[in-house]
Design a protein around this ligand. Structure first.
Ligand code: ADP
Ligand code: ZN
Length: 213
């Protein structure tokens, strides 16, 4: 089963992907994580991506589509994958339909008023985990791997506002794109804890015949 996770920045795509990866045989692919790894290593892709990410804009489609296409050609995704952060506009969705088969789009719907606090209070680990300061109780390291947590450069109020604008203009139309394709499953996150949202998604995957680990 191949899944696209859709939702505004801060909706909890990464958190859900990490929970789903633990209980289902699904490989988590986050374009944001791939870009951040490239920036850290100073690769040519990282150099291009950085200026766009810092401005809250989308990295150009050619770069992004090539990365995803390449990643999806690897053996490990054959048993199913979850795309987190891709596609982010209609062009990317159309390209994706050319090089992969998507079974389901899980749209995480969350109240706009919650997003700013969620993102600005977010602390992340290079292993892909993310946390909110309100649940860390002062801890500064990752519960999963022990590495030091940090705040993403683009998780500041000014850039977040730009990312939200970009989301509503370019990415939100994909809800209709996947609804038209008969592939949409929307889960409302609201103030529910991540586990409650996860339970709803997991139930839907099982209902569609996906077995747990
Ligand atoms: P969030 O969902 O919280 O915005 P991500 O880690 O998914 O965080 O993305 C961070 C940034 O990486 C985006 O703001 C954008 O600049 C870039 N990016 C990620 N995925 C894509 C994509 N599919 N197309 C273009 N740019 C992307
Ligand atoms: Zn970690």
């Amino acid at each position: 089963m191949n899944i696209v996770l859709l939702g505004a920045p801060g909706a909890g795509k990464g958190t859900q992907a990490s929970l789903l990866e633990e209980s289902f045989h699904l490989v988590h692919i986050s374009t944001g994580d791939i870009f951040r790894a490239n920036i850290k290593e100073g690769t040519p892709i990282g150099k291009i991506a950085k200026s766009y990410i810092d401005a809250g804009k989308l990295v150009p489609d050619e770069v992004t589509c090539d990365i995803v296409k390449d990643r999806l050609s690897k053996e490990d995704v054959k048993g199913g994958f979850m795309l987190d952060g891709f596609p982010r506009n209609t062009f990317q969705a159309e390209q994706l339909d050319r090089f992969a088969h998507i079974d389901l789009c899980v749209n995480i719907d969350v109240d706009l008023s919650l997003l700013m606090d969620r993102i600005c209070g977010r602390r992340v680990c290079s292993c892909g985990e993310s946390y909110h300061v309100s649940t860390l109780n002062g801890a500064t390291t990752c519960k999963k791997c022990g590495k030091e947590l940090y705040r993403r450069d683009d998780d500041n109020p000014e850039t977040v506002q730009k990312r939200l604008d970009t989301y509503f203009k370019e990415t939100a139309p994909l809800v209709e794109y996947y609804a038209n394709a008969g592939k949409l499953f929307t889960v409302t996150s609201g103030k529910q804890p991540p586990k409650a949202v996860y339970d709803k998604i997991a139930k839907e995957l099982v209902r569609r015949g996906r077995s747990k680990k």
